[in-house]
Design a protein around this ligand. Structure first.
Ligand SMILES: Nc1ncnc2c1ncn2[C@@H]1O[C@H](COP(=O)(O)OP(=O)(O)OP(=O)(O)O)[C@@H](O)[C@H]1O
Length: 324
C-alpha cells in the first residue's frame, strides 16, 4: 500500500543542511493502521510530506524510493501525481482550516474536488457522494451548506475527513489531525477514524507525538527520533514492553487514553541539532542507559523481542538473541 525505502530528507537553510530524515524505511499493508510517533522535530511530518512528494527542491531534497498503491511516486509526472492524490491516497493535516477554503460553502468545495479528480461524477452523483461521506463521518447533511467558520472545530475536522474519504482512497495519511481540538473531541475523532478504517478497509498512516494514544489505536507503531527509527513493532508488543529508552520516556510523558489522569513528566533535555546530528544514537544525550558507544555509533535496527529496535543497551541486554 505504502512503501518507503531508505529515505533521506534534507532542508537547505542559511546555516547549512537540516538532516530531517536519515535512512527511514516503512511499509504499510492494505487496511493497516500504522502510527508514527515522536516529539516535535523528530521528522514525522517530513516523512509524510516527502513520501507524498509535497516536498520538492529547492525547499527540500529527498532521496529514497516510495511507492503508494503500486505507483512509484518519484517517477510520476505532475499530471499522474495529481491523479493519484485523493484517489489513491489523501492527506489530512493538523489544521482543518488549511484544508478548507474559508470563503466557499463546504458542498461547493467537495463538488469541485470530485469533479476535478473524477470527470465521471455528474452533478447528481456528486451531490449523492457528498451527502454519503457526510453521513459516514456522522455530520448532518445540512452542514454541507455551511461555511467552514460556521462549524465547530470538531465538525470542521470531520468535514476534512469526509473530504479525504470522497474518492475512496486506499490510504489516508493523517498528520496530527486532532491537535487543534479539545480532549473529548480528539478522542471522538480518533475513535471515528478507527471505526471507518475497519469498516471501509483503507490503510492509515497516523502521525502524532502521543505514543500512548497510538499504542491504543494503531496496529503497528514506528517511533522516530532525530530523523531515525528508534523502535517499530506491533502495538500489542510495544504496549506490553517498550524496549527503547526513548519509547519508554515518550509513553511516560503522556497519560493513557483510558484510566485516571495524572501529571506526567516530560523528557528532560532537548532534541539534537539536526544541522549537525550526532554520529551515534540521537537520543544518547538524554538517555538513562547511555554507554560510551552510544555517542560514537548509531546502533543498527535489529529484530529483538518481536519488534525492531535500534539501541546499544537493548542489544547488550539481549546479546544471546542478537548473536543467534
Ligand atoms: N521547511 C523547513 N525548512 C527547514 N527545516 C525544516 C523545515 N521543516 C522542518 N524542518 C526541520 O526538520 C526537522 C523535522 O521537522 P518535522 O516538522 O518533520 O518534525 P515533526 O516530528 O513533524 O515535528 P512537529 O510535531 O512539530 O510537526 C526539524 O529539525 C525541523 O526544524
Amino acid at each position: 500500500m505504502l512503501s518507503i525505502q531508505n529515505m533521506f530528507v534534507r532542508y537547505p537553510t542559511t546555516r547549512g543542511w537540516i538532516q530531517a530524515i536519515r535512512g527511514v524505511s516503512l511499509d504499510i499493508g492494505r487496511g493497516e493502521f500504522v502510527g508514527v510517533a515522536g516529539e516535535s522535530g523528530s521528522g514525522k511530518s517530513t516523512l509524510a510530506l516527502a513520501a507524498t512528494r509535497i516536498l520538492a527542491p529547492p525547499n527540500a531534497y529527498v532521496e529514497g524510493d516510495v511507492s503508494i498503491v503500486g505507483k512509484d511516486i518519484f517517477k510520476l509526472s505532475q499530471l499522474e501525481l495529481k491523479k493519484v492524490r485523493w484517489k489513491s491516497f489523501s492527506f489530512v493535516t493538523q489544521s482543518a482550516m488549511n484544508a478548507l477554503n474559508p470563503v466557499m460553502r463546504i458542498r461547493a468545495q467537495m463538488m469541485d474536488a470530485l469533479k476535478a479528480h473524477d470527470p465521471d461524477f455528474n452533478r447528481v452523483k456528486a451531490q449523492k457522494r457528498c451527502e454519503e461521506v457526510f453521513q459516514i463521518v456522522e455530520l448532518s447533511v445540512d452542514k454541507l451548506d455551511r461555511y467552514p467558520h460556521q462549524l465547530s472545530g470538531g465538525q470542521r475536522q470531520r468535514a476534512v475527513i469526509a473530504l479525504a474519504l470522497l474518492l475512496q482512497p486506499e490510504l489516508i495519511i493523517m498528520d496530527e489531525p486532532t491537535t487543534a481540538l479539545d480532549v473529548v473531541a480528539q478522542r471522538e475523532i480518533i475513535a471515528l477514524i478507527r471505526q471507518l478504517q475497519r469498516e471501509y478497509g483503507f490503510a492509515v498512516m497516523f502521525i502524532t507525538h502521543d505514543l500512548s494514544l497510538l499504542l491504543e489505536v494503531a496496529d503497528r507503531v514506528l517511533v522516530l527520533y532525530g530523523g531515525r527509527v528508534m523502535e517499530m513493532g506491533q502495538s500489542e508488543i510495544l504496549v506490553e514492553r517498550p524496549e527503547h529508552p526513548y519509547s519508554r520516556a515518550l509513553i511516560n510523558s503522556f497519560p493513557p487514553l483510558h484510566g485516571t489522569m495524572e501529571r506526567r513528566e516530560g523528557i528532560s533535555g532537548s532534541p539534537p541539532d539536526m544541522l549537525q546530528p550526532p554520529p551515534g544514537c540521537p537520543f544518547a544525550e538524554r538517555c538513562p542507559l547511555v554507554m560510551p558507544v552510544c555517542h560514537q555509533d548509531m546502533p543498527p535496527l535489529l529484530e529483538i523481542q518481536g519488534r525492531r529496535v535500534a539501541c546499544h543497551a537493548v542489544m547488550k541486554t539481549y546479546a544471546e538473541e542478537v548473536r543467534a
